[in-house]
Design a protein around this ligand. Structure first.
Ligand SMILES: Cc1cc2nc3c(=O)[nH]c(=O)nc-3n(C[C@H](O)[C@H](O)[C@H](O)COP(=O)(O)OP(=O)(O)OC[C@H]3O[C@@H](n4cnc5c(N)ncnc54)[C@H](O)[C@@H]3O)c2cc1C
Length: 466
């Protein structure tokens, strides 16, 4: 364990309160540093609430409990429903609020653009992006749900290759079977049973086939082969570990296909689309090979998949905030460090916000390791003193006489000037007041959505809102 050089008079803003943000808050708070956590949503649960499909009941509840424990403690002030970049501009936060450091833990919420020119005109009609799709799936049963509504069609195509794309195609098949079983046979099976047992088993139980229910298999299209899907991370960089992980990925895909009855089309990339009367009718794909990671087109190998529902699950990148540097869609970090944002002395990033991908454990690990480094290397007494001088440089140029007194006060008392801390407290209290926020506990209890598993009477598929 490295020596902890941190200095507790820092005041830190954390953007995003979920897995990585709450991990950072916990470490800093336990070291006596005061933190304000801003989250764009009412609840700070990020992808745990809106990314993980809602059949992961235990995983979700466990993670939420952990986040609550980390955020609901002394030294942490939570500010919900406040998006940095729009409600508060990033540069405003950096320059005018008085935080001595800012940690970005805002995840990756912007779907990568589907790489076919002109296709965006079908967005939210025949073209659906993963983030909005899962948000709909997780929350559509809530009576207060006012997000985008989607209607799952029979000939869906999902493009992607990660674990999230498997969740997406599972949702498609589960929803189709659930609906058709009810409409065609009057049988009600809930989502959780269909997910747990699998579509195949349930159909077998009733001695039906997909054809009996007029369902066509959804298709998952990936640019590489099954074994190259990033479903299992290799233990290390050795060839043996890589091959082992590839075999696990291949087997996982086969298992999913058997259970949820979808087709897999490997080594294909989208090229263009077909349309009729303003509606998307199909995607033209090109067969490719991948050698040493490089994708090469195979000549004369295009084919069309007819579809009126294309779901893009090709990954997410951090949403850009004006004032921050980006390279190839992700935050530009300083050389040799995994957490320091380029061009800033006191701006850091952790979790999915850095890589644009990962899983819960990875985000937690990154949050923990990077925050320990930030604490030890960057939240020092020296850094705070330098920052205070920098922060006051504007005043310095305006009221020179006044500044001398202020600087003396800082170095003798070794604290941030009272007015800076007071400013942060006042501004954040004002937001909380406007929102009707009293305590973390009250707020989260008040805003937790109705859970499908609590509302669904046994063997019913839908909830009717009064
Ligand atoms: C479909 C799907 C399935 C998955 N399944 C699994 C799984 O089975 N197991 C697993 O381990 N992982 C899974 N993951 C991945 C896992 O959920 C994430 O890697 C992890 O939760 C990321 O944590 P994070 O804190 O880095 O980011 P996030 O959870 O994205 O948190 C970012 C937080 O920042 C807030 N925020 C964003 N922008 C702003 C802003 N501008 N201002 C203020 N606040 C902001 C957000 O509201 C959010 O609370 C899945 C992901 C998806 C999409």
């Amino acid at each position: 364990m490295p020596l902890n050089n941190s200095y507790k008079n820092h005041y830190v803003a954390i953007i995003g309160g979920s897995i990585s943000g709450s991990e950072a808050s916990n470490i800093l708070a336990k070291n006596g540093i005061k933190i304000v956590v801003f989250d764009m949503n009412k609840l700070p649960y990020g992808k745990i609430e809106d990314g993980l499909p809602n059949w992961h009941i235990n995983l979700r509840n466990r993670q939420i409990k952990e986040i609550d424990k980390k955020l609901d403690q002394e030294n942490v002030r939570f500010i919900p429903s406040t998006k940095i970049g729009s409600n508060i501009k990033f540069l405003d936060l950096i320059n005018n609020w008085g935080f001595s450091a800012v940690i970005l833990a805002n995840g990756a919420w912007k779907d990568r653009k589907f790489p076919v020119e002109g296709i965006e005109k079908f967005k939210d009609k025949e073209l659906i992006y993963q983030n909005a799709f899962i948000n709909w799936f997780n929350h559509k049963h809530e009576c207060k749900f006012n997000g985008k509504n989607y209607f799952i069609k029979n000939n869906a195509v999902v493009v992607g290759g990660g674990l999230a794309s498997l969740d997406v195609i599972k949702i498609v098949m589960i929803e189709l079977v659930k609906k058709q079983l009810f409409l065609k046979k009057g049988i009600e099976i809930d989502l959780f049973t269909l997910e747990k047992e699998g579509v195949h088993k349930i159909l077998d139980r009733f001695k039906f086939t997909l054809e009996d229910l007029d369902i066509k298999k959804a298709r998952l299209v990936y640019r590489r082969t099954a074994k190259e899907m990033p479903l299992k991370a290799p233990k290390d960089d050795s060839e043996e570990s890589i091959l082992k992980a590839q075999e696990v990925s291949r087997k996982l895909l086969v298992k999913y296909q058997e259970k949820y009855l979808f087709d897999f089309i490997p080594q294909s990339v989208p090229l263009s689309f077909t349309e009729n009367k303003g509606k998307l009718t199909g995607i033209i794909f090109q067969k490719v090979t991948a050698l040493n990671g490089k994708i090469t087109s195979i000549k004369n190998s295009t084919f069309e998949l007819k579809t009126e529902m294309l779901i893009s699950s090709i990954g997410s990148v951090p949403e850009k905030m004006e004032g921050l540097p980006y390279k190839n869609g992700t935050l530009k970090m300083r050389n040799n460090t995994d957490y320091h944002v380029d061009g800033f002395e006191n701006v850091f990033a952790i979790g999915n916000a850095v890589t644009g991908k990962g899983n819960i454990q990875e985000s937690k690990r990154h949050g923990k390791e990077m925050t320990s480094l930030i604490l030890n290397k960057n939240l020092t007494k020296d850094a705070l003193e330098k920052w205070v001088v920098y922060h006051n440089s504007e005043i310095k140029s305006k009221v020179k006489k006044h500044l001398n007194g202020m600087l003396k006060e800082i170095s003798s008392k070794e604290i941030q000037p009272e007015n800076i801390i007071e400013g942060i407290l006042n501004k954040t209290a004002e937001i909380q007041k406007k929102l009707g926020y009293a305590t973390y506990k009250d707020w989260t209890i008040k805003n937790i959505p109705n859970r499908l598993e609590d509302e669904l009477p046994k063997n019913k598929t839908n909830i009717k809102c009064l």
